[in-house]
Design a protein around this ligand. Structure first.
Ligand SMILES: *Cc1c(COP(=O)(O)O)cnc(C)c1O
Length: 588
């Protein structure tokens, strides 16, 4: 293995291969797309993740949309190369041994980015330690923090053991990997023989670290009771945590910023070790993942300088074969140079129409094969697929069933495809899947087909984003940091109909790349119910007066939107542009 990497990319999840369930959603897809792009561009990068031998979970759905969860075991030995050697990390005073497994991401010109997966399933570990790298986002706070210690501390040690000596930058993709900073500090202590933490040591860590935050609300940030952290990391480190990681800063910021203040009583709880603050304090470059998310992060973390690098997706991965073939004919070289997608503006509309029709047919065949539901290839079809959770509002489309029926009746019917898993602990998310099922049952008699496809993963995502007619997204602003599924859809000529949140604030050109629902920020003083009613009304208005008339227009209106989605948004919201910005602003 080449060990000349200069950038080490740490992520708790990564989506690399449809057979490897080592991710749960957007964060892991972003990590995978970043690594594929680094390989394409020849960037000297190595990545670290936990093995997640039992995956996230496999989702099946009962007749009323009840979610059932099962472990998703996968053939590690067939897909990864075992690496020699082990590292040891102390968790709660017990040694946990880790071995490494390697997966090579090979770029379009042959450059390889190795990904190291850390695995604690070893004979020498006790039973509890053996299962620590099994399940992504599983277990309780103790399990999660143990995993983060293994990822951060164990990851750095594994890279050193494997001989990666020239790493200049450690990139933390979200706060889960923040404890790598602790290992970088302690490496200096081992070098100089004392264990004080001075400005000099901190500065040396900071010089090396880059942090991408993905969460626009304080409650979403990864944090653990300081007492638990002291127990798992070791009492000797607790004072260090307090000094270096500026635990108290977090409380001050929460107190001073009313807009993002949590309920009052949350402030009176025990001190927390907040991984976002760990990473903020110890990084030279911090960024949010879209312009609006950068602004919100600057409000949340007023005393830090926070840049914004808008996410992108890996075009060659996400553009479906029929559309890729059209691009090959008209924009040769688009895979190696995504900016050239701009020239899609010259592609004959008939070819875009035909490529999309093929993708749609394939999607509907998949729907028939997996659910027995036969949908109509010419009928207008909406797609909605993402984690099932409250702020994404998958039920917004059903806020007024009478209105939806009337719209469908006057416009040749409606089909809606859903997919998405709810986190096992998210009861509200699970209830939303059942709500969509209930609405689907009611609407079936009215010629509106609503189908929730089980077990959302990247393979299903690829079919959905390329095969539906319009990509629906209804997050409650400002909760969506970026969102990337709409970018995948755009590249496939599938425009978005979305609330103005995350990337869509930047990608939206009304009637040209898609359509907006509601206003950019909720009106002052509106309560949750008023906002919901207003957004639902806006969704229906747009469907009735803009999207469906455009779709049903006998001329080329809708195909023009498809073409602009590819050319304007594909040329920008790709991971080549994103990684080049990281290279210039974060890694340089
Ligand atoms: C792209 C993708 C996501 C992220 O989509 P968002 O729009 O950010 O919610 C999640 N899960 C899978 C399987 C994906 O392919």
């Amino acid at each position: 293995m080449q060990t000349t990497a200069e950038i080490a990319y740490f992520s708790m999840e990564v989506a690399l291969d449809a057979r490897m369930p080592t991710y749960s959603g957007g964060l892991g897809v972003l990590a995978g797309d970043t690594l594929r792009t680094a390989a394409d561009l020849g960037v000297p990068m190595v990545a670290v993740c936990l093995l997640h031998r039992r995956g996230y979970f496999r989702q099946t759905l009962g007749p009323d949309g009840e979610q059932h969860e099962a472990p998703e075991d996968w053939p590690v030995e067939q897909l990864l190369e075992p690496l020699p050697g082990q590292v040891t990390v102390a968790v709660a005073g017990r040694d946990v041994r880790l071995r490494g497994w390697r997966y090579d991401v090979r770029g379009c010109r042959g450059h390889v980015v190795p990904v190291i997966f850390l695995d604690s399933r070893l004979e020498d570990n006790d039973e509890a330690a053996r299962t620590l790298t099994d399940q992504l986002y599983g277990g309780d706070a103790r399990y999660r923090l143990s995993q983060e210690i293994l990822l951060g501390v164990g990851g750095v040690r594994m890279l050193r053991l494997l001989g990666f000596g020239g790493i200049r930058r450690f990139h933390m993709n979200e706060g889960h990997a923040a404890l790598l900073t602790l290992e970088l500090l302690e490496e200096q202590h081992r070098g100089n023989g004392h264990n004080g933490v001075g400005e000099q040591e901190i500065e040396k860590v900071r010089e090396q670290c880059v942090f991408t935050t993905h969460t626009p609300v304080p409650a979403g940030h990864d944090q653990f009771p300081l007492e638990l952290a002291a127990e798992l990391l070791g009492r000797g480190r607790a004072p260090k945590l307090r000094d270096v990681f500026a635990i108290d800063v977090y409380r001050q910021v929460l107190r001073s910023d009313q807009r993002f203040a949590p309920p009052r009583d949350a402030l009176d709880h025990d001190l927390m070790l907040n991984m976002t603050y760990v990473a903020l304090n110890l990084s030279r470059h911090v960024n949010g993942v879209a312009h609006s998310h950068g602004e919100i992060s600057r409000l949340m973390f007023a005393e830090y300088s926070v840049d914004a690098i808008t996410n992108g997706v890996h075009a060659a991965t996400w553009i479906a074969p029929p559309m890729a073939a059209v691009l090959d004919r008209h924009v040769p070289g688009w895979q190696a140079d995504n900016y050239s997608l701009r020239y899609a503006l010259a592609i004959p509309l008939a070819e875009i129409a035909e490529a999309h029709a093929v993708a749609k047919r394939e999607l509907l065949e998949h729907v028939l094969a997996t659910t027995g539901r036969r949908l109509e290839p010419t009928r207008f079809t909406l797609g909605f697929a993402r984690r099932a959770t409250a702020y994404k509002r998958p039920d917004l489309l059903f806020a007024d069933l009478e209105r939806l029926r009337a719209i469908a009746r006057c416009h040749g019917g409606l089909q809606v495809l859903y997919a998405g898993k709810a986190h096992p602990a998210d009861a509200g998310g699970k209830a939303l899947i059942r709500d969509v099922y209930a609405a689907a049952r009611t609407l079936r008699d009215d010629g509106i087909d609503v189908v929730w496809l089980p077990d959302y993963d990247t393979a299903l995502a690829a079919k959905l984003v390329s095969g539906v007619d319009v990509w629906l997204n209804t997050p409650l602003p400002p909760n969506e940091a970026s969102g990337t599924s709409g970018m995948k859809a755009a590249m496939n000529g599938v425009p978005s109909l979305s609330t103005l949140d995350g990337w869509w604030i930047e990608g939206h050109l009304e009637g040209l790349t898609g359509w907006a629902i509601g206003a950019a920020s909720p009106g002052d003083g509106d309560d949750a119910e008023a906002i919901r009613a207003r957004d639902a009304a806006s969704l229906y208005d747009k469907l009735e007066h803009a999207v469906l008339p455009c779709f049903l227009d006998p001329g080329d209106a809708f195909l023009e939107v498809r073409r602009h989605a590819i050319a304007l948004n594909g040329a920008f919201f790709n991971s080549q542009r994103m990684l080049q910005q990281y290279l210039q602003r974060a890694y340089a």
